[in-house]
Design a protein around this ligand. Structure first.
Ligand code: NAD
Length: 439
């Protein structure tokens, strides 16, 4: 199959490299000339484990190429995937579909022969209808099927998720479209990944419902963490105790500083907006968004409480800036409201992240960055673990204590154990793990 991928970001580049690895002929297209130039030089513009080798191997095998011009690749393609961004629209939280529609117009103008155009971007229900309308408007004689194929990969584990998905959702009622997409994903049948066929609107809604549900699960356990702190219970054990029930499952039950990232916040907001437009109130998702926003803002106060005095003039070292480990993505990372809150309280902020500092500098220009976690905590009145990078999971406590001005650690990911930290002489705060009250 010949595939053109429009949009070469986290999803487009990973999907393109994986499709090429399945044996398809793939061209990734992006408007961003510097990104394409970097890829053509063999440089990977994002941090995603394993992606450099996968891209290099498939470029070498001449199955994967990059360009800024979609004309040739789209004209020759059997399938065109749209994987451009759908950020929150400024002002109202709806998904901004301008990139999707612009791509649809450009694609429409150069289609040739039977082509399946697929939205892989996360798009609100009805977007496929509009993409089809645009294409028929621009190019009435185009022989085209417009399908939905939402992507469920997670940054940091994107290649594995793409190659071993829990399911592949394909939204089209058209037999030719279904056959072409089944052929594209056939290599995955060896891994027994289920292909689920449905109509286009249902496929679009599945993606939003999945993200909203996962965001709800995280927010639920975060609220149980707050209650655990008041009651002297351990939220980690509550999570395990409920998660071992197969109806609940253990995943996405890690209490922390609130969810962020490039998908959950914007997709939950967009789902609420879509529902409002159709006179439906999604009260659970609305509550999840509200609870999560307040939680992220509350984390700076948690640090102040651990320090036990005003943060004015104090230095706080923040370890981990990206919204999760193994990515350089800073979109809506919980570190941003945390650091902003600390600065508002008059603190100086030191920061370290294994991969996200270049991106972070754009969001958080007024803090000091360090290349090493120990240099970062030197002279600080408290350190805060915000992202559970593997690099922070076996820190040298004696060295930390020697560098810190005060041995205060706020662990927003529950990496360490309260009893161990107390034994090492730390003032240690974590999430949802208060000591049992004495009776
Ligand atoms: N990042 C994730 O983990 C993830 C997971 C599942 C789904 N998604 C969804 O996938 C979509 C893409 O997300 P992303 O994180 O890869 O975004 P991204 O911002 O990393 O990449 C989007 C790319 O599209 C390019 N682009 C925009 N308009 C274009 C056009 N007309 N022609 C060519 N290129 C164009 C941009 O230059 C950019 O490089 C979004 O809808 C997102 O919600 C993302």
């Amino acid at each position: 199959m010949r595939i053109a991928l429009i949009g070469t970001g986290y999803v487009g580049l990973v999907s393109g490299a994986c499709f090429a690895d399945f044996g398809h002929q793939v061209i990734c297209v992006d408007k961003d000339e510097s990104k394409i130039a970097a890829l053509r030089r063999g440089e990977i513009p994002i941090f995603e484990p394993g992606l450099d080798d996968l891209v290099a191997a498939n470029v070498k095998a001449k199955r994967l190429d990059f360009t800024t011009d979609l004309k040739g690749p789209v004209a020759q393609a059997n399938v065109v995937f749209i994987a451009v961004g759908t950020p929150s629209r400024r002002g109202d939280g709806h998904a901004d579909l301008s990139y999707v529609y612009a791509a649809a117009r450009e694609i429409a103008a150069v289609l040739s022969g039977f082509t399946v155009v697929v939205t892989k971007s996360t798009v609100p229900v009805g977007t496929g209808d509009e993409v089809e309308r645009i294409i028929r408007d621009v190019n009435p004689s185009a022989d085209v099927v417009v399908a939905s194929n939402p992507e469920f990969l997670r940054e940091g584990a994107a290649i594995r998720d793409f190659k071993f998905p829990d399911r592949i959702v394909i939204g089209t009622l058209d037999d030719r479209g279904r056959k072409v997409l089944a052929d594209i994903y056939r290599p995955l049948s060896l891994n027994q990944s289920p292909l689920m066929f449905t109509n286009r609107r249902t496929a679009e809604l599945i993606k939003y419902a999945a993200n909203a549900f996962l965001a709800t699960k995280i927010t639920f356990i975060n609220e149980i963490a707050d209650l655990s702190e008041k009651l002297g219970a351990d939220v980690q054990e509550v999570a395990r105790g409920i998660g071992l029930d197969n109806r609940i499952g253990t995943k996405f039950l890690h209490a922390g500083p609130g969810f962020g990232g490039s998908c959950f916040p914007k997709d939950a907001r967009a789902l609420v907006k879509t529902a409002q437009d159709h006179d439906v109130q999604l009260r659970i998702v609305e509550a999840v968004l509200g609870v999560n926003d307040s939680r992220k803002r509350a984390m700076a106060r948690k640090v102040a409480t651990a320090v036990g005095s005003s943060l004015r003039g104090k230095t706080v070292a923040v370890l981990g800036l990206t919204f999760k480990p193994d990515t350089d993505d800073m979109r809506e990372a919980p570190s941003i409201p945390l650091v902003t809150g600390l600065l508002d309280m008059g603190a100086k902020v030191h920061a370290h992240d294994p991969a996200g500092m270049e991106q972070a500098k754009k969001e958080l220009p007024d803090i000091e960055y360090f290349d090493d976690p120990y240099a970062c905590v030197k002279g600080a009145d408290a350190m805060v673990l915000v992202t559970e990078w593997v690099q922070y999971r076996a820190l040298d406590f004696e060295r930390l204590k020697a560098e810190l001005a005060q041995p205060v650690m706020v662990d927003l990911r529950n990496i360490y154990r309260p009893d161990d930290m107390a034994a090492h002489g730390f003032v240690y705060e974590s999430v949802g793990r208060a000591p049992e009250p004495k009776v």
